[in-house]
Design a protein around this ligand. Structure first.
Ligand SMILES: [Zn+2]
Length: 345
């Protein structure tokens, strides 16, 4: 044990005193910090010596040029952080909500204030800076316009890269040290998972699309005005939620093909609303309204895709409905009718 302890003390002393007498940057992390908050401090410890050519210390009584305090602030939402510095104070405070926003504050300071960039997982830019380049005063609150942020290309599925770019994406394997992520319990094109035609069509053809006067078993969708389809969809979503209590979004959305139902009831709704989105949004709203009392943290997602791109007339998605509009820009639209849980200002 002794040789290891000696080596540790030597290393610590070097870190605290600085290199060639240069005062270190001190990091302060409370002992009750989460794994994500400790990882955020590790990221500062990795980058700041390269940026400022100064050592970093976590010794409480070290003489330091600047002290950076990381702290969870329970008054902040899950995606919010604050950067605080009184004018020319040696103390910079990074406060964030849980589970992940202390680290977003760290990346905000490094990226927005100091010019770090994370282009791809293996390529980052850490510019050389002086302490005077730090903002002389800060009183900034940051809350993203979209509570769920994801880009979908291979490099973006790297967890470290996603976290550094403040993406809470479902697709990246963001773990505890990243503060987790937004989780889809079921992800898009789910009609056939709710009611598989191969299993149910022969006994219940009326649950599926009528096209050209006949119900389709192949390449079909659901008949969205059939009351049994609605009841079974609500039951299916309840079961999904039971299986994935960590997920907050569940998709109730068309199969990846055309053939919306054209039965008299569906056609009447779609004609009145000027779009096949009429029967879809009316259906999804009823699912969402049934789920909301027991699961107020859950949103029901659906697609504005293929034959459902045109918004319906005089019909808004419920506040707990997300309309996902796939495009080359991965555009995502959420109801703004009554933003009960929306985080956008
Ligand atoms: Zn129908």
């Amino acid at each position: 044990m002794r040789p290891r302890l000696s080596a540790m003390l030597v290393a610590t002393a070097t870190s605290a005193a600085g290199v060639d007498g240069v005062e270190p940057i001190q990091l302060t992390v409370p002992p009750e910090a989460s794994a994500a908050e400790r990882h955020a401090a590790d990221e500062l410890e990795r980058i700041l010596p390269r940026m400022f050519r100064r050592p970093v210390t976590r010794e409480e009584d070290a003489a330091a040029a600047v002290r950076i305090e990381l702290r969870y602030d329970p008054s902040l939402g899950a995606e919010e952080y604050r950067l605080l510095r009184e004018c020319r104070s040696p103390v910079i405070r990074i406060h964030g909500g849980r589970p992940r926003c202390v680290s977003y504050g760290v990346y905000g300071l490094l990226g927005d204030c100091l010019g770090c960039r994370w282009f791809i997982p293996d390529v980052e830019r850490v510019p050389a800076k002086k302490l005077d380049d730090l903002p002389a005063a800060m009183n900034e609150s940051h809350r993203p316009a979209s509570e769920y942020r994801e880009v979908y290309w291979r490099e973006a599925l790297n967890a470290d890269w996603a976290a550094r770019n403040r993406l809470n994406s479902n697709g990246a394997p963001l773990g505890e040290r990243h503060g987790g992520k937004i989780i889809y319990g079921e992800f898009v094109h789910t009609f056939d998972r709710i009611l598989p035609a191969a299993k149910h069509f022969d006994e219940h053809p009326g649950w599926f699309s009528m096209v050209g006067g006949r119900r389709l078993k192949e390449h079909t969708q659901l008949c969205l005005t059939h009351p049994e389809v609605l009841a079974r969809t609500i039951a299916a979503v309840r079961e999904w939620i039971r299986r994935r209590p960590d997920a907050t979004i569940f998709s109730v959305s068309q199969n990846d093909r055309h053939n919306p139902c054209q039965c008299a009831a569906c056609a009447a709704v779609d004609a009145a609303k000027g779009s096949h989105a009429g029967s879809l949004i009316a259906f999804v709203n009823r699912v969402a309204e049934a789920i909301e009392p027991d699961h107020p943290h859950v949103s029901i997602d659906t697609l504005a895709y293929q034959y459902i791109r045109r918004p319906p007339r005089r019909l808004r998605p419920s506040p707990n409905v997300i309309v996902r509009a796939p495009s080359s820009a991965a555009l995502r639209i959420r109801s703004t009718a009554a933003p009960k849980r929306a985080t956008a200002p």
